[in-house]
Ligand binder design. Structure first.
Ligand code: HEC
Length: 243
């Protein structure tokens, strides 16, 4: 089987294999679109186009841990209800100092004076800010996707990627490039995928440093697919047939 080469196949084989390879590339463009729409805007910067930043990746897999709903709201749509800027600072300090019950005694008046009329326990039970426990919960840091959600996401991606990479790599193995080049290129998507997926988990569980290896894995994936697709099409249609 090692002797069969893409450029020696019948014209109909060449056409169908070319369609397959090109459609895989086309599908991959939608993965990039997804990245543009969903990951690249994670840090709130929605302007223009371009690549996701390390910060976007960090927020996507690890959450925006310095931020909580309470803190983002008192810097956003709820800021207008605070009577002074000091109140905001006091709340932020309480959050950054560990949200203790003791500390809460000193800032409780802020919520009572400014917030509880719209965030009471009975009328708006979905977001009450009347007790220590309620305010504590509203300032829970954003920890990113739950383990369950990330597991589901990984599971779908890992299976899809593996089949996708395997089929493309198999096509590439039948090109007429030298055997070491063929093996190297065909192995790349698997290595890239392993780096990428493992790094999602390391970013979530261990450190945002691994956002860099998520990036590296993603880039390596894109490059290896481009090489496989362009190399296979070139080989099918333009390489000289050697017996
Ligand atoms: C005049 C009524 C009103 C007052 C006063 C008010 N809020 Fe709100 N709050 C709302 C409404 C309406 C929403 C939903 C819309 C939004 O998120 O902007 C909301 C949403 C929130 C949320 C997000 C809830 C969620 O489930 O997304 C937080 C946190 C919050 N408010 C905190 C506060 C704090 C802290 C104060 C006091 C400084 C305050 N609010 C004062 C009306 C109010």
């Amino acid at each position: 089987m090692g002797d069969v080469k893409l450029n020696q196949l019948s014209c109909s084989h060449k056409i169908i294999i070319s369609f397959f390879v090109l459609m895989m590339g086309y599908s991959y463009l939608f993965a990039l679109l997804n990245l543009q729409i969903n990951t690249r805007q994670a840090d709130g910067d929605t302007s223009g186009l371009g690549l996701a930043t390390i910060r976007d990746i960090e927020i996507t897999y690890r959450g925006n841990r310095g931020e909580s709903l309470l803190v983002s709201k008192i810097n956003g749509s709820m800021e207008q209800y605070l009577s002074t800027q000091e109140e905001k600072v006091l709340i932020e300090e309480w959050v950054s100092q560990g949200r203790t019950e003791q500390g809460y005694q000193e800032i409780q008046y802020i919520f009572e004076d400014n917030c509880v009329r719209c965030h009471p326990y009975d009328e708006k039970p979905d977001y009450p800010l009347e007790t220590y426990d309620q305010v504590y919960a509203s300032a829970q840091p954003d920890m990113g996707p739950s383990i369950g959600k990330l597991a589901r996401f990984t599971h779908y991606h890992a299976f899809g990627f593996t089949v996708f990479s395997f089929l493309l790599s198999m096509v590439f193995l039948f090109t007429s490039f030298s055997p070491p080049i063929r093996l190297f290129v065909a192995a790349l998507p698997f290595i890239a995928m392993f780096i990428d997926i493992t790094s999602w988990w390391l970013t979530r569980l261990i450190s945002s440093i691994f956002a860099y290896t998520v990036y590296l894995g993603g880039m390596l994936m894109a490059i290896s697919l481009a090489v496989i697709i362009i190399g296979s099409i070139y080989d099918i249609w333009f390489s000289p047939v050697t017996e």
